[in-house]
Design a protein around this ligand. Structure first.
Ligand code: FES
Length: 159
């Protein structure tokens, strides 16, 4: 992932590489958007322009796909992204207390990024791991059966 200021050429290169990898068909739109998101950390405006141009898909359609999928972001995120499951099964398994512990540790509200750019705190709907709730993801790592007193140690791994 590229962290920091993105130049336009880096964005265009990421888009062209994703399209070369997946092929230029509309059925590959989500994999292409995902790959660009992974490469750049989010999908900047220039990327939507380039995908729209190369795939002949209206930008409005790309934006609506990107806003539907929670794993895609249209704005820069922190170096590490926490996605905390806020669906009911995790909530009743103790999610509320874990969520409070995360918020207290990071001093962030949902959707916020820390001033040092280290953390973005997001919520997500069910991750399909309800049997081990409460669940959160930190970047690509999944944590289940969370207890509030584990949060500080888990987050310390990413410092
Ligand atoms: S409700 Fe949290 S993983 Fe399903």
């Amino acid at each position: 992932m590229i962290v920091g200021q993105l130049d336009k050429q880096a964005v265009i290169d990421a888009v062209q590489s994703a399209i070369a990898h997946h092929g230029n068909t509309r059925g590959e739109l989500i994999p292409i958007l995902s790959e660009v998101n992974r490469a750049l950390g989010y999908i900047p405006r220039d990327a939507f322009d380039e995908i729209s141009r190369l795939m002949r898909v209206p930008k409005s359609q790309l934006l609506s796909v990107a806003s539907f999928y929670q794993m895609l972001s249209t704005r820069p995120l922190g170096k590490h992204v926490i996605r905390f499951c806020e669906s009911a099964p995790c909530h009743v398994a103790g999610g509320r207390e874990v969520w409070q512990a995360i918020r207290n540790t990071l001093n962030l509200k949902p959707g916020e990024t820390s001033q040092d750019g280290q953390w973005t705190l997001l919520t997500t709907s069910c991750l399909g791991l309800c049997a081990v709730g409460p669940v959160m993801m930190v970047d690509d790592d999944v944590y289940g059966n969370l207890q509030p007193d584990q949060i500080t140690d888990i987050l310390a791994h990413y410092q």
